[in-house]
Design a protein around this ligand. Sequence first.
Ligand SMILES: [Zn+2]
Length: 343
Amino acid sequence: MPEGHTVHRLAAVFARGFGGQRVRTSSPQGRFSDAARLDGQVLLGAEAVGKHLFLPFAPSAEVDPADPSVRHVHVHLGLYGSWTFAGDPGFAGAHAIGAPRLRVGEREEESEGTVDWRRIVPRETVRLRIAGPRGLADLTGPTACEVLDAEGRQRVLDRLGPDPLRPDPDGSARRRFVEGIRRSRTTIGALLMDQKVVAGIGNIYRAELLFRARLDPFVPGRDLTAGMCEEMWEDLVALMAYGARTGRIVTTQPEHRQIEARIVERSRGTRQNGDEDPDVVPREESFYVYHRQTLPCRLCGTTVRSGEIAARTVFWCPRCQRVRSRRAGWTREHPAAPWALAV
Ligand SMILES: [Zn+2]
């Protein structure tokens, strides 16, 4: 599932590629009939909150996105959703964002240059096509694609916890995160997946964040100190900012990416957007524990384990992740983690 950093990248791509432009909208698949209502309107920009993308439409570019008359297309990609882009040279700066398995396809090759994007016929699975003066975006396989008014948008936002990728000048987002964890008996492994506690984390960030904090995934939130939660928030902000910048989740320090691990892990790596790029940290070196069950921990050699929390598989090192509370020896002076992210 695309995690929050992907959705923030999408919002940037939409703002750059379509912001302030009059666009055509359609639903080649026919399952998004509201597309006809928006056809010919101006796409004012784009907004990402957690894993939710909002695309505000108005009759003219002068309308404020906060105006009650604005209609918002609300998209949640879920497990299988993906956006594919094609356009003039330099348009959007990405061919596809979303579930990486959907990347490979006819569209991607066509958009490389020779075929005029205006003549690309949408696949019949395209739920929503947005076409502007310089390019187009096709949405396939989303969990949610709907038109909301301002109140509807607010109802979605009200269900979401703080988003580590949104500016937090007064620290209130961090406070909400800390409080959300510390008032709960639920395990930290489940709380991190709860979008009301923190918006935008998926299974990869959950597993990796807990490893970097040396936290046992099964410890109840209320056993954690405020300091532990604050450090975790700061680490998450750094990790997700890196993800939003590069499009990839990388949580390992360079010195922990053993060369020999490549042989063992080649077939197990998790696919991400950009895997084919030779300049990125390869997927088999990007994580400490995610999908590394049965492999040796990069730090201590203990076999990484997997189990289930909040209906999703969690991965952890039973030796490194023994921190359960302040009594277990965690102090601010000698934090188990996080390290500053250097990738
Ligand atoms: Zn370990």
